[in-house]
Design a protein around this ligand. Sequence first.
Ligand code: A3P
Length: 345
Amino acid sequence: MLFKQQVLLRQKLLVLGSLAIGSLLYLVARVGSLDRLQPLCPVDGRFGPRGQDEIPLRALQFKRGLLHEFRKGNATKEQIRLHNLVQQLPKAIIIGVRKGGTRALLEMLNLHPAVVKASQEIHFFDNDENYAKGIEWYRKKMPFSYPHQITIEKSPAYFITEEVPERIYKMNSSIKLLIIVREPTTRAISDYTQVLEGKERKNKTYYKFEKLAIDPNTCEVNTKYKAVRTSIYTKHLERWLKYFPIEQFHIVDGDRLITEPLPELQLVEKFLNLPPRISQYNLYFNATRGFYCLRFNIVFNKCLAGSKGRIHPEVDTSVITKLRKFFHPFNQKFYQITGRTFNWP
Ligand code: A3P
């Protein structure tokens, strides 16, 4: 009996031991595969000198750790010089559209080892006071990066602000411009929801969406309402086309970025002439959030803030129908100009 118990105990210990060794081996293999996941980054010649097209793994670790500290202003001049870090003007800008998914796009692109994001919206080109401070002021707002990395900024107000295309053109006429769009009526409601939440936070009352979107005198769509105007994408794009050829724009499908982000990001990598480095591993669906979240490595992952992905208020279906009918011809024109068609009603 005692012998039987001893045998059983030994067997149990053996199983536990194998499990522990198995887990250890798995972890070692996992870390190894992570190294393989983003070890080297060949960057296209457009964005860096040839021959300098590989970012060693140490540099990536640096990017995620120390560089983060530097961005917060914790770098000494000596460290910056030692690591050859620079604050570069953006080579690509997410110019809009507000509530299109601009934050998700920026954060997801930042998963790419050759991309460094400017965390804050800088509002350099749309804000006269900031613009008057000059381009050096703008550059100093940029994060530190290696010379072969590219900096990306996002300020969605750029898309709709009259003066911005000319100002960006003056800085860099060959800059790459990213526009992320959503079905225009949904975007307008999302825009309204954000403003509504701001009012509620201040204990203020606000109008219903229907009241703002429809002119009570004419019963037609109220084109003076900013959330409606912003969704007339073609009108804004036409202003940009006076300065930049359409080839310099890439349109991102914001609705697809929510449900299936990887293919959209791969199109952006291609547009930016970056080697494909963002993989399915970097994106995982979080059922609690109801959105894809970001996985940088085995220890570091994050979801977007709670302010992204708000619940929209119910809107009268007749108002939705009216808005969709209103946007329809503008959408057709937008498809025609951009060469990208969406299944918008
Ligand atoms: P809603 O709040 O209407 O759902 P922006 O960053 O331009 O303000 O856009 C916000 C929108 O990004 C959100 O709109 C949300 O739907 C969308 N989005 C796209 N991908 C997301 C993600 N992974 N996590 C959270 N929100 C995401």
